[in-house]
Design a protein around this ligand. Structure first.
Ligand code: FES
Length: 187
């Protein structure tokens, strides 16, 4: 091989290596953002399972309609923090007049966000029983009161759900602070 072609091919290999290094660093950075717990300023979005997101607006939430499952999204990078299921939250509109003080503090205009992970053994809490005004976990039938900061109303769960404090900006749901307690079922 001529010296010039040899040098050219070496440069190409080095460039490919550098590009690969950059992309794996970028992937690692994205992964880190994906698993990070919700951060103040994150938007709450519905994810379609293919990385596409739709921001939830406060005005679309109907009083005591079934909760909407959502993930936080980093507003700067657009990365959805769905790399950890402990970031999954359920969002719904409640009657502020029925809320206790703690719930009121962490809600915005009647809208609340709770960790969707049952504190018993970690199933998704994906049902709301309107007649009882309670969240319901189908795995072992634990129930939680969304008007009382996620307090357990029926076991076997013994610990209340974590709340995610939110605010409303331009009709969108925005994370105001970190979870009120560790989400999930481990102490
Ligand atoms: S995991 Fe929810 S009640 Fe057991």
């Amino acid at each position: 091989m001529e010296r010039r072609s040899f040098l050219k091919s070496c440069a190409c290999v080095a460039a490919v290596g550098a590009t690969e290094g950059l992309s794996s660093r970028a992937e690692a950075a994205t992964k880190k953002v994906e698993i990070m717990r919700p951060q103040p300023g994150d938007r709450l979005v519905i994810e379609d399972g293919h990385g596409n997101a739709r921001a939830i607006s406060a005005s679309e939430l109907v009083l005591e309609a079934q909760q909407v499952l959502a993930f936080p999204q980093d507003p700067t990078t657009g990365v959805i923090r769905s790399g950890s299921r402990f970031n999954k939250v359920m969002v719904m509109r409640l009657d502020p007049a029925l809320m206790d003080e703690e719930t009121k503090t962490h809600s915005a205009d009647g809208v609340v966000a709770y960790s969707a992970i049952c504190t018993h053994q970690g199933c998704d809490v994906n049902s709301f029983v309107a007649e009882k005004k309670e969240f319901f976990c189908f795995c072992h039938y634990s129930r939680f009161n969304p008007y009382a900061a996620g307090k357990v109303t029926n076991g076997p769960a013994t610990r209340k759900l974590a709340m995610l404090p939110i605010e409303i900006k331009d009709d969108l749901l925005v994370v105001k602070d970190s979870f009120t307690r560790k989400p999930g079922y481990k102490q």
